[in-house]
Design a protein around this ligand. Structure first.
Ligand SMILES: *[C@@H]1O[C@H](CO)[C@@H](O)[C@H](O)[C@H]1NC(C)=O
Ligand SMILES: *[C@@H]1O[C@H](CO)[C@@H](O)[C@H](O)[C@H]1NC(C)=O
Ligand SMILES: *[C@@H]1O[C@H](CO)[C@@H](O)[C@H](O)[C@H]1NC(C)=O
Ligand SMILES: *[C@@H]1O[C@H](CO)[C@@H](O)[C@H](O)[C@H]1NC(C)=O
Ligand SMILES: *[C@@H]1O[C@H](CO)[C@@H](O)[C@H](O)[C@H]1NC(C)=O
Ligand SMILES: *[C@@H]1O[C@H](CO)[C@@H](O)[C@H](O)[C@H]1NC(C)=O
Ligand SMILES: [Fe+2]
Length: 459
């Protein structure tokens, strides 16, 4: 087929010197400078505090409801609580609407946060650019975002993908490359935000710098949050016994809109996609709230309205690097059969600091007394993509299991981001971009055909 030939040629061009067979896995031989990933210093340009008394900083937005007509705006003021109001409107010079949010602070060991504001903007018109302003007096700051088109099966929509971002020079390269893509309307973030927990006492100042770092993207398009292990921040040795304290105070999700009872697992619908966010570190065994919620949510998915069923989680179920190997195994055993039953198109994960894409495979036949415990090709199964290569301080995962397992289609230890570009109900074009190349270059590509409307052998 045409797309296979294109993908094959691209693989040959970008992965020089490899003998690629049509369905064999590729371990990229791309050579990059292997250097430590160094956090940007506190006085880096991307961490700059906006000027003006009590000026809003760390501005970010996320989807605020199930279907994309609401947005949660969040920001921090450093000196005083200030105003909780967001003024907004469809004309840049006339922000005639306003919504009132709330403000909170938290402490973490000897750190005290700034004043953290969250404000829900509701009943937004679809497919519209909104301008919004936060702050008071001389320190008002204005931003904008675009609401998605109405839910519908053939609505084109482009999602970005970043994981395990952190705040190093490599993180800056990843975010810069991502921002160069003008088409992406929302970012699917697969967990591990700031890596503040790598500092003494989980120095939460690094949560603030991270918030300022991502603002240049996250204030203008929703980042859909998945929780990672670096958000747990559980440190009994310094008296911090409430897990997820920084994340849950700073990064809200619209969990209740999808009937979830916890911040960390939920789902949103956007354009032609139904996105299910799972929590790798919240109980998922049978009878747990997450299990019951997912069981009910999968039944609510209407592929005739949202043909593209996308699952996000942190700890990958299929990963052939020698890092976090099989950590996602218990969740895979619990939920993989549902992914096949409901024909999920793609599962994105992070956690492993490298890139990998699988074939469509499943491993759901084992029952303790039989020996059916190997992954097998399965056209109803999702493609599994690990995109934990945002560029954090812990560096690249370079050590891979050998030989490359048959389920692994492509793997490369480089930092980068990905784009999932939905064209219509049958086709989506997926590209992965390594930071060493210009944004226009795709180092890995795949034409996805939809599992519900067009389940061809695409992987
Ligand atoms: C981060 O990247 C941007 C865009 O390339 C650049 O302007 C800025 O100087 C970079 N900051 C650091 C600390 O490298
Ligand atoms: C918190 O404590 C650490 C060491 O215990 C110290 O280095 C740091 O300056 C303190 N920070 C604040 C804000 O007091
Ligand atoms: C900012 O403006 C508000 C009214 O919008 C006023 O009540 C407040 O005193 C002003 N704050 C400063 C620091 O000027
Ligand atoms: C396990 O699988 C084997 C082979 O498919 C089958 O014969 C057996 O009945 C299964 N056992 C259970 C408990 O389902
Ligand atoms: C790669 O990982 C394997 C398995 O953990 C280990 O035996 C090996 O020493 C590692 N190789 C390098 C170069 O770190
Ligand atoms: C869907 O998009 C694909 C890829 O752009 C295109 O080849 C196909 O013709 C489209 N289908 C319809 C019904 O427009
Ligand atoms: Fe992680």
């Amino acid at each position: 087929m045409g797309y296979q030939r294109v993908a094959f040629l691209l693989a040959l061009i970008t992965v020089v010197g490899l003998a690629v067979q049509c369905n064999a896995g590729v371990t990229s031989t791309y050579r990059r400078r292997l250097a430590a990933s160094v956090d940007m210093p506190l006085d880096a340009d991307v961490f700059q505090i906006p000027s003006g008394y009590n000026a809003p900083q760390q501005v970010h937005i996320t989807q605020g409801d199930y279907d994309g007509t609401a947005v949660i705006v969040s920001w921090v003021t450093a000196d005083a609580p200030g105003s909780n109001t967001v003024k907004y409107g469809k004309s840049k010079n006339n922000l005639h609407l306003s919504a009132e949010g709330n403000v909170r602070q938290y402490t973490f060991y000897n750190y005290t946060s700034g004043y953290i504001h969250h404000c829900l903007l509701q009943n937004l018109e679809i497919d519209s650019t909104y301008y919004y302003a936060v702050g008071e007096n001389d320190s008002v700051r204005q931003f904008s975002f675009k609401t998605p088109p109405a839910i519908g099966p053939d609505v084109p929509y482009t999602f970005g993908l970043i994981g395990d971002l952190g705040q190093t020079y490599d993180s800056n390269s990843t975010l810069t490359h991502y921002k160069a893509n003008d088409d992406a309307g929302a970012l699917l973030f697969v967990g591990d935000f700031s890596y503040a927990d790598n500092y003494p006492n989980h120095d939460n100042v690094r949560w603030d710098t991270w918030g300022r770092f991502i603002e240049s993207s996250a204030a203008y398009q929703p980042w859909i949050w998945t929780v990672g292990n670096h958000e747990i921040d559980f440190v009994p040795s310094i008296g911090e016994t409430v897990p997820y304290k920084p994340m849950s105070n700073r990064y809200p999700t619209p969990y209740s809109a999808s009937g979830s009872t916890e911040l960390f697992y939920y789902s949103v619908r956007r354009a032609s996609a139904h996105i299910i966010v799972l929590a790798s570190y919240t109980a998922y065994g049978k009878y747990t709230p997450q299990y019951q919620w997912l069981q009910a949510e999968l039944k609510k998915v209407d592929r005739t309205q949202t043909p593209w069923l996308i699952v996000l989680l942190h700890s990958p179920w299929y990963n052939s690097y020698n890092y976090h190997y099989m950590e996602g195994e218990t969740m895979r055993v619990q939920f993989e059969a549902w992914m096949v039953q409901y024909k999920v198109d793609v599962v994105f994960a992070g956690h492993v600091h490298a890139y990998e894409r699988s074939h469509r495979i499943s491993n759901i036949n084992y029952n303790i007394t039989n020996a059916n415990c190997l992954p097998v090709p399965n056209n109803n199964a999702p493609v599994y993509i690990t995109i934990g290569d945002g560029g954090n301080i812990e560096g690249l995962a370079t050590n891979m299991t050998e030989p490359q397992p048959s389920y692994s289609a492509f793997r490369e230890a480089s930092f980068g981001h990905a784009i999932f570009d939905i064209k219509n109900r049958t086709h989506a074009y997926y590209t992965w971009h390594r930071n060493q190349d210009g944004n226009a270059v795709a180092a890995d590509t795949m034409w996805f055909t939809n599992r519900y409307f067009n389940p061809t052998n695409d992987s």
